[in-house]
Design a protein around this ligand. Sequence first.
Ligand SMILES: NC(=O)c1ccc[n+]([C@@H]2O[C@H](COP(=O)([O-])OP(=O)(O)OC[C@H]3O[C@@H](n4cnc5c(N)ncnc54)[C@H](OP(=O)(O)O)[C@@H]3O)[C@@H](O)[C@H]2O)c1
Length: 283
Amino acid sequence: MRILITGAAGLVGSHLAQRLAREHEVVALKHSDLNITDEDAVRRRVAEANPELIVNCAVLQVDECEQDPAKARAVNSNGPRYLAEAASEVGAEIIHFSTQYVFEGEPVGREPYTIHDEPRPVNVYGKTKLVGEQFVRQVCARSYVIRTSWVYGSGKNSFLCTVHNDLRSHKRVRAIDDIWSSTTFVEDLIDRMLEIRARGRHGIYHVVNEGVCSYYEFALEGGRLVGLGPVQVDRLVEVIHERDMKRIAARPRYTPLRCLLSEETGLPAMRTWREALADFVRG
Ligand SMILES: NC(=O)c1ccc[n+]([C@@H]2O[C@H](COP(=O)([O-])OP(=O)(O)OC[C@H]3O[C@@H](n4cnc5c(N)ncnc54)[C@H](OP(=O)(O)O)[C@@H]3O)[C@@H](O)[C@H]2O)c1
C-alpha cells in the first residue's frame, strides 16, 4: 500500500513513518516538504503520490495557537480540510489525529469523555482542532479521526518524553499535580491506529492507554521505574500547580478518554498507562 504522511518529522509522524516503512511504500513529508496550509501544493503532492491512505500528523502546538490564531486556523483546521479534499479526489482514505483538548475538562473526577460528549474547547488549539475534525469528516466519508492525549515516545523534548531520563540522572524536575488526562505511548497509538484501519469502520476514535494521571503521578511512576526509592523521587520531583505556571493558553483540567467505537468493533482494551510507561522506560 502507498501511504502519504504529513508532519512526518514530529513525534507521531516520525514513529509512524518508521513503522509503516517496514511493510508499505511510505511518502513521509516533513513540514519543509509540504506545508499543509498551501492548498495547491497539497493537491499537487497528493495527486503525484496517488496514495491509498493519507495520515495527517501536522499540527500547531497549544501555546503557539493562542499566540497566532490565524496560523492555528490555517494549520489545524484548513490544512486537514485540504488533505481530506485531496484524499477524496484520489479515492484515498484519511486518518487525522486530534486531541482530548476538544473537551473542557470539567468537573475533575468525571467519567472519561466519549464521542457522545459534546466538545467544548477552552483554548484556540482545541477550537481549531475541533473544526479540523469536522472538516475532515464532512469532506471525506472514508475518514478516521483519532483523538489522542498526552503522547510520549523517543525523540521529542517534552516533559512526558524525558522525565524518566532526567530522574535517572538525578536531575530535579517540576511536575504539575492539578491537571489530569489519559497518556498514550506512541507505539501503542500506532498499533491501535493500524487495528482500526484494518477493521474499516470510519468515524471518531479515542485512542489512549487505560487510566488517568497527572504529570506529577507520571513523574513518580517514571522515577520508580528507573529504580529510585520514594525518598529520592520525593527529593527530585518538585510539585507545581497549573494555576502558577502562567502558560500562554489555558489547559482543560480533567480530560481522560474512552473509545466507544473500539469497544463496538471488538478491539480489546488498551494496556494501562503504567504498563505502557514501563515498556517505554525499558527502551
Ligand atoms: N503530543 C501530544 O501529546 C498529543 C496529544 C493529543 C493529540 N496529539 C495530536 O497528535 C498529532 C501529532 O502530534 P505530535 O505530538 O506528533 O506533534 P509534533 O511533534 O509537534 O509534530 C508536528 C509536526 O507538524 C509539523 N507542522 C507544523 N505546521 C505544519 C504545516 N503547516 N505543514 C506541515 N507540517 C507542519 C511540525 O513541523 P515544524 O516543527 O517544522 O513546524 C512538526 O514536525 C496532532 O494532530 C496532535 O494534535 C498530540
